[in-house]
Design a protein. Sequence first.
Lengths: 249, 314
Amino acid sequence: MKVLVPVKRVVDFNVKVRVKSDGTGVELANVKMSMNPFDEIAVEEALRLKEAGKATEVVVVSIGPAQASETIRTGLAMGADRGILVKAEGNVEPLAVAKLLKAVADAEKPGLVILGKQAIDDDSNQTGQMLAALLGWPQATFASKLEVEGSDFKVTREVDGGLQTVKLKGPAIVTTDLRLNEPRYASLPNIMKAKKKPIDDKSAADYGVDLTPHLEVLKTAEPPGRKGGVKVKDVAELVSKLKTEAGVL
Amino acid sequence: MTTLLIAEHDNASIKDATNKTLTAAAALGADVHVLVAGANAKGAADAAAKLAGVKKVLLADNAAYAHDLAEPLAALIVSLASGYDALVAPATSRFKNVMPRVAALLDVMQVSEIIKVVSPDTFERPIYAGNAIQTVKSKDAKKVITVRTSTFAAAGEGGSAPVEDVAAAADPGLSSFIGEEVAKSDRPELTSAKIIVSGGRAMQSRENFAKYIEPLADKLSAGVGASRAAVDAGYAPNDWQVGQTGKVVAPELYVAIGISGAIQHLAGMKDSKVIVAINKDEDAPIFQVADYGLVADLYQAVPELTDALGKLGK
Ligand SMILES: Cc1cc2nc3c(=O)[nH]c(=O)nc-3n(C[C@H](O)[C@H](O)[C@H](O)COP(=O)(O)OP(=O)(O)OC[C@H]3O[C@@H](n4cnc5c(N)ncnc54)[C@H](O)[C@@H]3O)c2cc1C
Ligand SMILES: Cc1cc2nc3c(=O)[nH]c(=O)nc-3n(C[C@H](O)[C@H](O)[C@H](O)COP(=O)(O)OP(=O)(O)OC[C@H]3O[C@@H](n4cnc5c(N)ncnc54)[C@H](O)[C@@H]3O)c2cc1C
C-alpha cells in the first residue's frame, strides 16, 4: 500500500505573526517557515506504517511556491521515499488544494492519504474532508490512533465528548490530531540522504485545476487587544476582587 | 432566500451551540430552517421548533445518523441543499468533520469559524491562532459556513415552528461505527460553561487534577479545561483541551492554573470576560492577558482558594 502525505509550508508555530499596517495580510517577509506541525505527525504515522510492513512507499506532496520544496525535503529527511511539488503562487484555497490533491491521488493511487487536521496559519480545517468528498472516499478526521486491517482502517478520533472509533473501507482519508504520535527529528545522515531523493516538479496547470479563489479577502486586521490587569497579593485579595470588582462570584 | 441551520443535539434535546449558531444564521437576514439529523431525535426536533425565529424544522430520523458518520450525514445535507442559499452549522467536532465534505460536494469554498456576520456574504474569521482577523467575502452562490459559537449570544425560545419529516439520503456505506468513549460528567460542558477552571503541565498528574482542580471547579460549578501539555502528558482527557487546536471558550470567568500562556492556549480563551491566572513565575505570559494575577505556588494557593470560596457559601 502506498501512503500519500500532503504537507504544507506554514509560519513556524513559535512565531507571533504581525498584521501588516495596510491591512492586506500578515507580515511573511523574513519569518521562519516550517512544516505544519500536524503534517509532521502525518509523515511520522506514514513512516511507522512502512516500518511495520503495512505500507510500501511514502510519498509527500506539497502545493505552494518553489520554497515548498524545503518542506518536502523535511519530509524526505524524516524518511519519506519521494516528493511531488505542485507549484502554485498566491492564495490557494482548501477547495483548490483538495482538487489538486485529488488529481495527484488519481495518478498515484494510494491506499491511504494522511493529512493534518488543520494548518496552523489559516486554521481552515477543511482540506482532508474536501479531498475525501471529491474522491468519494471515507474520512476519519482528528485521529489519535490508526490501525490497518487488510485494506481497511480502524481509526480512533478525538471528538467533543471524548473518543470515537470508526472503521473505514480503504482507500481512505485520515487527518491527524496531536495525540496520534510524536514525530521524529531528522538525523544529519538522513538530511544528507534526503538531498538525493527525487522530487517531481509539477504545476497546477498540469492538472487543469482552476485556482480562482471563491473567497475574497477584503482585509486583515489586528484582533481587539486585551490588557493585563493587576497582580493580587494573596488569595484573600483575589476572592474579594472577584466578588466586588469583577462581580463573577 | 432561506438558510438551513444544521443542529447540534443529543437526540433528546438541542445543544447550546445550536442556539448560538441560530443568532449567526439569523444575521444573514433570511428565514431560518433547522435540520435535526439523528436517531430517535423527535425530542431534539421539538426543542428546535421552540427556538425564537425558526420557521421550519426538518427531522431526518434514521439509524444512519446515530453516530455522526461524515459520509451519510454529508449526503443528507447535500440532498437538501438545493432549497437553500446558505448552510450554517456550529464549529463543533461533528460539523468540523462534515461541513467541508458538504462544501466540496457542492463545489463551494467553506467559510470556517466565523466570528461575525458583516453582511450576508461577508464574514470575519480568525486566522493564525486568533492573531489576525480576516474579513472575507464569499463569491459562491450558496454559502457553507461554520460558526465559532463562543462569540455569539444564544437565541432564546418563543417559536412554534412546524416539524416536517425528511427522507434519509442513500448511505454511501463507506464507514461504520465501532465504539465510543464518552465521559459522563455532571459538570457543565466546556463550550457552554459560565466558569472554567483549567490546569496545565504544572499539575504533574491526573491525581493532582482530581485533588486540586476539580474541587475548585465544583465550588464554582465550573467546567474543567486543560492545556495541551497537560493532555499530552495524560493528566487530562483530550476533550478538555482549550486552545487553537482544542476548544475555543469565552466564559464569564476563566481560571488558568499552572499554565504558561502560549499563543496556542491563549487562542482558545482570550475572549473570556474575566481571566484569573495562578502561576509561580511572575513573568509567565499568561499574566499579560489576566485581569487578576496571583504569583504563587498552586499547591498552596488552590486549596486556599477552594477553602475561601467554601467560606463564602459556595
Ligand atoms: C503567499 C501566500 C499567500 C496566501 N494568502 C492567503 C490569503 O490571503 N487568504 C487565505 O485565506 N489564504 C492565503 N494563503 C493560504 C492558502 O489559502 C492556504 O493554503 C489554503 O487556504 C489552505 O487552508 P489551510 O491550510 O487552512 O487548510 P487546512 O484544511 O487547515 O489544511 C489541512 C491539511 O491539508 C493539507 N494541506 C493544506 N494546504 C496544503 C498545501 N498547500 N499543500 C499540501 N498540503 C496541504 C495539509 O496536510 C494540512 O495539514 C496564502 C498562502 C500563501 C503561500
Ligand atoms: C500545532 C500546535 C498546536 C497546539 N495547540 C494547543 C492548544 O490547542 N492548546 C494548548 O494549550 N496548547 C497548544 N499547543 C502547545 C503550546 O504551544 C504550549 O506548549 C502549551 O500550551 C503549554 O502548556 P502549559 O502552559 O501547561 O505548560 P508550560 O508551558 O510548561 O507551563 C507550565 C507553567 O506552570 C507554572 N508552574 C509550574 N509549577 C507551578 C506551581 N507549583 N505553581 C504554580 N505554577 C507553576 C510554570 O511557571 C509555567 O508557567 C500547541 C502547540 C502546537 C505546536
